[in-house]
Design a protein around this ligand. Structure first.
Ligand code: PNS
Length: 158
């Protein structure tokens, strides 16, 4: 039986922590769909197209991974593709409360189950927001995002 999983997120932009989870999911499932949220109510630094292009460049070597945009409910995205599993990285206890709420809601409204993958310890402090803040103020973001993403951040932020 072939098992597919969705790795959802804003990915604004993708970090090494996200990539670690996607790569580890790709090693354990037959197919991984990275679902990039386009939220009309929240303007990101990168457009959905830019975020998707940045992710695609990083997962180019992984045949099992595809990248798609989504709007609306995650469970609708999953159901439309016949996927019943979501995989999310958990960094710390502080992530858990909100992630658990979302997982329980997704289970209730769509019968979609969530598997939590512990992030690798070296990435547990990483978030897209922090990386953007550091980059915005000229700090070093080396080792937090792939070099192509760092270049895109520097180009965007000047
Ligand atoms: O990168 P993030 O912010 O952790 O990703 C959160 C995301 C995109 C997975 C979550 O906000 C989401 O699934 N949004 C889609 C809307 C939705 O389905 N909301 C109900 C979840 S209970």
């Amino acid at each position: 039986m072939s098992v597919a999983v969705v790795c959802p997120g804003s990915f604004d932009p993708i970090t090494l922590g996200h990539l670690d989870v996607i790569r580890r999911a790709a090693a354990r499932f037959d197919a991984v769909v990275v679902a990039v949220l386009e939220n009309p109510r929240k303007q990101g630094l990168f457009s959905a197209e830019e975020r998707i292009a940045l992710i695609e460049a990083e997962v180019d070597d992984l045949a099992a991974v595809t990248v798609e945009r989504f709007e609306g409910l995650l469970v609708d995205f999953c159901t439309a593709r016949g996927i019943r599993l979501v995989c999310k990285g958990l960094r710390a206890v502080s992530d858990f409360e909100y992630e658990l709420q979302m997982a329980q809601m997704n289970q209730r409204i769509g019968g979609v189950e969530t598997l939590f993958m512990s992030t690798s310890p070296e990435h547990s402090y990483l978030s897209s927001s922090l990386v953007k803040e550091v980059a915005r103020h000229g700090g070093s973001i080396e080792g937090t995002v792939p070099p192509r993403v760092a270049a895109a951040l520097h180009a965007k932020l000047g």
